[in-house]
Design a protein around this ligand. Structure first.
Ligand code: R5P
Length: 296
């Protein structure tokens, strides 16, 4: 088979898992950073005439990881690959999907336009912040839904306990609903506001039906942990028995883990779209990605 899966330096092992599910060859890119900070990449095998799948996540340092992907995709085209597919498990810049304040860059638009312009034929991302953003790629772009996978570790719990799935803001509602359907649990939501200048988050008080329930907060991204910590304290204040978290991309920057623990969160489940620290249970998204690739 001519399919070749290439892992960039931020593939987080997913290229090996995906290739093994598909039963195809995989290689890791040769990558280094020069003393002045510039990136160097080299494809270690001949890609001529092959359908190439490049797996590269774009967690921090986002710009370096993005540029590495751009270098790799352009090199694969130069070297005669028959097609270039990019799998970006975590797509950076996806939250800046519109001009919230006059003069801002619509970052996700720029990033996706750039990826398309250097000859990426097809794009796969995992639970992107807003699926509508993929239109900016201006080509075949697919959002891999992993809510069923993320919900798997909670199935037993949901069959023995009174569980409520909670979306920490309205934007997370549809995602939380998909998660809740998977474990057959009810769902509710909070209304969060974020100050566009300071980044500070506040939650509009709202009565939740959480008394004596196990609450699972579901979101796409945990960055500073502020959103989830606020949602957890609302749930606990209103009588929740326990609070747990299921999140796709656990960036967990700075002291986010401490913030979550201090907010009374007992369990955190996330995927391997980004590397996660100890204490987080990890679910692999290799299988839904491989399935999406096969479907095409
Ligand atoms: C934003 O709408 C996202 O879905 C997340 O809720 C947000 O990125 C979380 O950020 P933080 O952890 O810094 O509150």
């Amino acid at each position: 088979m001519s399919l070749l899966v290439i892992g960039g330096s931020a593939a987080n092992g997913l290229h090996e898992e995906i290739a093994s599910i598909l039963g195809v060859e995989h290689v890791s890119v040769e990558y280094k950073v020069f003393p002045d900070g510039e990136s160097y990449v080299r494809l270690p095998v001949d890609v001529s005439g092959r359908d190439v799948v490049i797996v590269q996540s774009t967690y921090a340092p986002q710009d370096k990881h993005l540029l590495e992907l751009i270098l790799l995709a352009d090199a694969a085209n130069d070297l005669g690959a028959r097609s270039v597919t990019a799998v970006i498990p975590y797509l950076a810049y996806a939250r800046q999907d519109r001009r919230f304040r006059e003069g801002e860059a619509v970052s996700v638009k720029t990033v996706l336009k750039l990826l398309r312009s250097i000859g990426i034929d097809r794009l796969f991302v995992v639970e992107v912040h807003k699926e509508e953003s993929l239109v900016f790629f201006n080509g075949p772009a697919y959002n891999v839904n992993v809510m069923d996978k993320l919900a798997e570790p909670f199935k037993d719990l949901a069959s023995t306990e009174d569980v409520l799935v909670l979306a920490p803001d309205i934007g997370a509602r549809r995602r939380a609903e998909r998660f809740a359907r998977s474990i057959n649990a009810p769902v509710d939501y909070l209304e969060k506001r974020r100050d566009r200048v300071t980044g500070e988050v506040t939650v509009k008080p709202r009565e939740l039906n959480v008394k004596d329930k196990v609450v699972i907060i579901v979101d796409d991204i945990i960055s500073t942990g502020g959103t989830i910590a606020l949602a957890a304290s609302q749930a606990l204040k209103q009588g929740a028995k326990k609070v747990m978290v299921a999140c796709v991309h656990a960036l967990l920057v700075g002291n986010a883990m401490d913030k979550l623990r201090n907010a009374g969160i007992e369990r955190i489940v996330a995927t391997n779209t980004v590397p996660v620290p100890e204490g987080v249970e990890v679910v692999s998204v290799a299988e839904p990605i491989a399935r999406a690739l096969i479907e095409l």
